[in-house]
Design a protein around this ligand. Structure first.
Ligand SMILES: C=CC1=C(C)c2cc3[nH]c(cc4nc(cc5[nH]c(cc1n2)c(C)c5CCC(=O)O)C(CCC(=O)O)=C4C)c(C)c3C=C
Ligand SMILES: [Fe+2]
Length: 517
């Protein structure tokens, strides 16, 4: 346990590094540790992300206790980041005071977005694959991002459409996210924080740009940015934050608006308890609840995101599962459990173990009862309603599993929404704390958690990653499937290059190219 004190936000005096006591060396052996400490917003944000429990200071008290507890399961590379942040991070004043009447608070919920009709599917997929955080091309080939996105989206659309058709002809994401926004707004009002809540989707309506326009029209002065992904990934929250950053950088109003980001919140007590409640409830539906294997299934990311770009997604996911299991154990629920990753796209290696392979393996080992728990997302969507409820359920029965259950996504669970409201309120004192000048704001868009810094911590060299839908790669590969996929994509790329350079070819004949007439 490391415990320090955090300067209250009521103070407006600047502090200097000399106010930080020289801490003794912090090693994993230093379990109990106390010293007075002023945390910069960035330090606090990082500490909150890597620590199980960081009590954010209240508005009125002079100093507030921060409890940062690190457990064995805290990943080794994050601990030094947290400690570094605690010890060496800048100690700027936190210039916010109590809320004043003219403040207009906004909360921007970031989410992925989904096609609302079958006609939307291909353009939605285009937007997704055109995102350089989803398909990362070598710099030299960046000009191919859009043609390639067009090509892949056209190829994938029929399969995706089938999926969306089977869940009612479109994604429920917009409806659910809007409902969450409304519930969050109500919860904030009940807690005496009159805020407007906006929804900004990355790949479909209402786009992030549309939400930002509304935020400007409404004259919001303090904005809390809250990605609706419990765990951070470069491909989800990271992508949305990068987009926001580029929007903010070019906009005079936004550069001057104070704002803050809650990068991930999987460790929050309200979220963990809400997940445990749902699991406990679903377990009761089995004849022999204690024999059920709890199967956490998270959306995967390509392995290279974690191993080469430093995406904390896997570490955060594992810690999240640990925390839920700890909570269940407190309730004397000690079922066997496992974590696997679903929804891989393309022939590159994704995070393992894969959900489908794990289900087959559990069946082979004689497991008879499985409870699937979608863990990376808080709304029902195609991957819960189709992939888990239909495909994996069928696979489970084929593999010898006899009893199947699935935990619903959190949606508008009151405890969860109330906890999100608390997260927003706790972050308010840090709104705008880091941006001391327009210039600084332009360079580092999102003050708390400075997105640039945050991303840089994971993705320091912005290295090019093998795209999730592989374009090409020379050399020996692990399987014939991979090799075939790569050879095919190489051929496709050559054709695409020829098309783009000559303006002739089968895509032009089909009317797929040119993209803009
Ligand atoms: C934490 C959640 C998610 C991560 C991580 C993620 C990474 C990721 N996804 C793709 C490719 C696709 N994702 C698609 C849809 C989709 N993905 C998520 C969540 C995460 N994605 C959601 C919530 C949805 C929307 C579902 C809906 O109801 O509309 C799709 C389209 C659907 C399909 O055709 O399967 C694709 C494709 C990649 C490549 C990736 C990481 C790099
Ligand atoms: Fe996805």
């Amino acid at each position: 346990m490391i415990s320090g004190r955090i300067q209250s936000c009521t103070s407006s005096s600047a502090s200097s590094s000399s106010t930080i006591p020289h801490p003794p060396c912090l090693t994993s052996a230093a379990r109990h540790y106390k010293f007075p400490l002023r945390l910069s917003p960035r330090a606090l944000s990082i500490s909150q992300r890597v620590s199980r429990n960081c009590v954010v200071p209240r508005y009125s008290s002079g100093w507030a206790e921060a409890q940062l507890s690190f457990s064995k399961s805290d990943s080794k590379h994050l601990l030094p980041v947290a400690v570094g942040a605690l010890v060496t991070s800048n100690t700027q004043a936190i210039p916010t005071g109590p809320l004043v009447a003219e403040e207009k608070i906004g909360v921007l919920l970031l989410n992925l977005g989904g096609p609302e009709t079958l006609e939307d599917v291909q353009p939605f997929l285009f937007n997704l694959f055109a995102d350089p955080d989803i398909i990362r091309l070598p710099r030299l080939f960046r000009f191919l991002q859009k043609p390639l996105a067009q090509f892949i989206s056209v190829l994938r659309a029929p399969k995706s459409k089938e999926g969306y058709a089977s869940i009612g002809g479109g994604s429920p994401l917009r409806r659910i996210t809007d409902a969450q926004a409304e519930e969050l707004r109500k919860s904030l009002w009940v807690k005496n924080v009159p805020a407007k809540v906006y929804v900004g989707m990355r790949y479909w309506h209402p786009f992030t740009e549309e939400a930002i326009e509304q935020i400007k029209k409404d004259g919001i002065t303090k904005l809390v940015v809250l990605p609706l992904y419990p765990q951070f990934s470069i491909s989800t929250s990271g992508s949305s934050l990068r987009l926001l950053e580029s929007i903010f950088r070019d906009d005079e109003y936004l550069v001057n608006m104070r704002h803050t980001v809650i990068p991930s919140w999987y460790q929050r007590e309200g979220y963990i308890k809400s997940m445990a409640n749902l699991i406990e409830k679903e377990l009761q539906k089995f004849d022999l609840p204690e024999k059920v294997v709890i199967f956490f299934s998270a959306h995967g990311v390509p392995l290279a995101y974690v191993e080469e770009a430093g995406d904390p997604y896997k570490a955060e996911m594992e810690e999240c599962v640990d925390l839920i299991i700890e909570e269940l154990e407190k309730r004397k629920i000690t079922n066997a459990y496992t974590l696997a990753y679903q929804s891989r796209v393309g022939p590159v290696e994704w995070l393992k173990p894969y959900t489908d392979e794990t289900i087959v393996e559990l069946g082979r080992k004689g497991v008879k009862s499985l409870l699937a728990v979608p863990i990376s997302f808080v709304s029902e969507h195609i991957e819960t309603l189709e992939e888990i409820d239909v495909e994996y359920k069928e696979l489970a029965f084929e593999s010898g599993i006899e009893n199947w259950g699935r935990v619903p996504a959190l949606g508008c669970e009151p405890m969860f929404i109330s906890d999100l409201a608390d997260a927003v309120i706790e972050s308010l004192p840090y709104v705008g704390a880091m941006a001391v000048s327009n210039l600084e704001a332009r360079q580092s868009l999102v003050p708390l958690g400075s997105v640039e810094e945050l991303l840089a911590a994971y993705d320091s060299q912005r290295r090019e990653l093998p795209p999730p839908v592989t374009v090409w790669e020379w050399g020996w590969t692990k399987s014939a499937e991979t090799w075939n996929g790569r050879a095919a994509m190489l051929a496709v790329l050559v054709l695409l290059l020829l098309e783009v350079t000559t303006g002739e070819g089968f895509l032009h004949q089909w009317g797929v190219l040119p993209l803009f007439r």
